[in-house]
Design a protein around this ligand. Structure first.
Ligand SMILES: [Zn+2]
Length: 455
C-alpha cells in the first residue's frame, strides 16, 4: 500500500446511514488503518470519516512500518471528496416533494389522467396475458409502472393485508418510476410495468392456486417492479469492459442486478416511501431475502442453470389431486418464484404480435445505441448491437405465442403458468437461445480465462 492510488480507498467516504461501500472499506481494514494513521498526523481524526467509524483508534495507532505519504493538496482533497469512492448508491435522485396526495384526491388508478375512461377500459385486461401496457402508458401520461403497480396492489388487496398507507404506496411507485430512465429505449418503466403485470398473471395460474403466501406474492410483485430500476441501457458486459464504477462496485458479478436491488431498496428510505413500514422484523427480513433472490435471478448469465434446476424440480414434483403443485418447502417455493419473475422478464415473444413488435423495436434500438458507444470507443461491437450488420428480421424470427405442451406432471400446468404463456421448459430453452434478442446479446463472450466459475 501507500501509493497515492491506494490512499484514496479510505478517504472521502462520508459514511451516512444506508450507504453502500463502507463494508468494502472495512474489508480493507489493514490498508485503511495505514491510511488513517498516516493521515491523522496531517488532518486529525476527523480527516478519515470511514476510519473513525470502522476502525478503533488504538489498533490503528499500534500500526507499525509507516510509510511517508505527502499530504494531498486542497485541490486533490476536493476532487476525492467529490468522487466519494464506493460510498453511496449512485442514481438515487432527490425529487420534488410529492404532490401532496391526500386520501380524497387519489385518482382511481393512482395516476392523474384526463383519459380515465380509456384507461379503465384497458385495465379490464389487468388479469390477462394480453393487456396492452403501451395503451396504459398512453392513457396515464407515461406513468404505466405507477398505474399498474398501484392497480395490482389494490386488486390483490395488499394495502389492507400489509397495512400500506395509500399515499405511501403512491409516493413510492412514483419515485420508483422516476428512477427508471425514460431515455432508455427498452429498459425503462414501461418494461417494468410489463414485467409486474406479467408476474401478476403468472401468480394467478390455476396450478399455483393458493400455493403462495401473501408475503411471497408481495415480494414477487415488488421484485418485478424494481428489477431494472436505474438501468443505463447497456449490458453487464459493457459495464465490465469499460471499467465502469458499477462494475467496480460489484466486482463484475451481476453488476446491474445488484444495482437495481440496491436502488429499489434504498428508495424505501425516501420520505413517505416505506411501503413495508407495518411489516414485522421477520417479515421484512424474509421479504428482502426473497426479493434479492428473484432480482439476481434475472441476470441472463444465470438463465441456463435456472432452467435446468426448474426442469429437475418440475420432473420430480408432486401435484395434489386437484392438480395444484405441491410446494411444501422454501427452496421449492422460491425456485418457482424466481423462475416466474424471470419468465415474466422474458415474456415478450409470447405476447400478441403487435406488442412483441414494439418490444423488439425497442430492444434493438437500445442494442444499437450500445453498439454506437462501443464503436466510438473502438471496442469490439457486441452481438446484435451493430446497426450496420444486425438484422432485425433475423432477431424476430417467429413471433407470437407458440403452442406449448404441459409443463408439470399430469398436465397440471396446462394451460398453466409457463404453458399458459406458450412455453414449456424445452421450448422455453429453444425460444430463448434461438430467438430472444436479449439473450443473444448477453451471451458470454469473454475469453475462457474469465469464464472460470466463480464462488
Ligand atoms: Zn427486465
Amino acid at each position: 500500500g501507500g501509493t497515492p492510488g491506494g490512499w484514496a480507498v479510505g478517504v472521502g467516504s462520508g459514511g451516512g446511514s444506508g450507504e453502500l461501500g463502507c463494508g468494502g472499506a472495512r474489508g480493507a481494514l489493514g490498508h485503511c488503518c495505514h491510511v488513517y494513521h498516516t493521515e491523522s498526523s496531517a488532518f486529525g481524526l476527523a480527516g478519515c470519516p470511514v476510519m473513525s467509524q470502522c476502525c478503533p483508534p488504538p489498533h490503528c495507532l499500534n500500526k507499525q512500518n509507516e510509510v511517508e505519504i505527502p499530504p494531498p493538496t486542497q485541490k486533490e482533497r476536493d476532487k476525492k471528496k467529490k468522487q466519494q469512492p464506493m460510498c453511496q448508491i449512485s442514481g438515487v435522485k432527490k425529487l420534488m416533494p410529492s404532490s401532496g396526495l391526500t386520501n380524497s384526491s387519489i385518482p382511481r388508478f393512482g395516476v392523474k389522467t384526463d383519459q380515465e375512461e380509456l384507461l379503465s377500459k384497458e385495465l379490464e385486461n389487468l388479469n390477462k396475458w394480453g393487456l396492452n401496457i403501451f395503451h396504459v402508458s398512453e392513457y396515464s401520461s407515461s406513468r404505466s409502472l405507477s398505474c399498474i403497480m398501484y392497480t395490482i396492489f389494490q386488486e390483490r388487496e395488499l394495502l389492507k393485508t400489509f397495512k400500506i398507507p395509500v399515499e405511501t404506496l403512491l409516493t413510492y411507485v412514483l419515485t420508483l418510476e422516476e428512477h427508471y430512465h425514460a431515455d432508455v429505449a427498452y429498459h425503462n418503466s414501461l418494461h417494468a410495468a410489463d414485467v409486474i403485470q406479467s408476474t401478476h398473471v403468472l401468480l394467478a395460474t390455476p396450478a399455483l392456486d393458493a400455493v403462495f403466501t401473501d408475503l411471497e406474492i408481495l415480494a414477487a410483485l415488488f421484485a418485478a417492479a424494481i428489477h431494472d430500476v436505474d438501468h443505463p441501457g447497456v449490458s453487464n458486459q459493457f459495464l465490465i469492459n469499460t471499467n465502469s464504477e458499477l462494475a467496480l462496485m460489484y466486482n463484475d458479478e451481476s453488476v446491474l442486478e445488484n444495482h437495481h436491488l440496491a436502488v429499489g431498496f434504498k428508495l424505501l428510505q425516501e420520505e413517505n416511501c416505506d411501503i413495508f413500514q407495518s411489516l414485522g422484523k421477520r417479515q421484512r427480513q424474509m421479504l428482502r431475502k426473497m426479493v434479492i433472490d428473484m432480482v439476481l435471478a434475472t441476470d441472463m448469465s444465470k438463465h441456463m442453470s435456472l432452467l435446468a434446476d426448474l426442469k429437475t424440480m418440475v420432473e420430480t414434483k408432486k401435484v395434489t389431486s386437484s392438480g395444484v403443485l405441491l410446494l411444501d418447502n422454501y427452496t421449492d417455493r422460491i425456485q418457482v418464484l424466481r423462475n416466474m419473475v424471470h419468465c415474466a422478464d422474458l415474456s415478450n415473444p409470447t405476447k400478441p404480435l403487435e406488442l412483441y413488435r414494439q418490444w423488439t423495436d425497442r430492444i434493438m434500438e437500445e442494442f444499437f445505441r450500445q453498439g454506437d458507444k462501443e464503436r466510438e470507443r473502438g471496442m469490439e461491437i457486441s452481438p446484435m448491437c451493430d446497426k450496420h450488420t444486425a438484422s432485425v428480421e433475423k432477431s424476430q424470427v417467429r413471433a407470437g405465442p407458440r403452442a406449448g405442451g404441459p409443463v408439470l406432471p399430469g398436465g397440471a400446468c396446462s394451460p398453466g403458468w409457463l404453458a399458459g404463456a406458450g412455453w414449456e421448459p424445452a421450448s422455453l430453452h429453444f425460444e430463448l437461445t434461438c430467438q430472444h434478442p436479449q439473450l443473444a446479446a448477453d451471451e458470454p463472450r469473454a475469453p475462457p480465462l474469465q469464464e472460470a466459475p466463480r464462488g
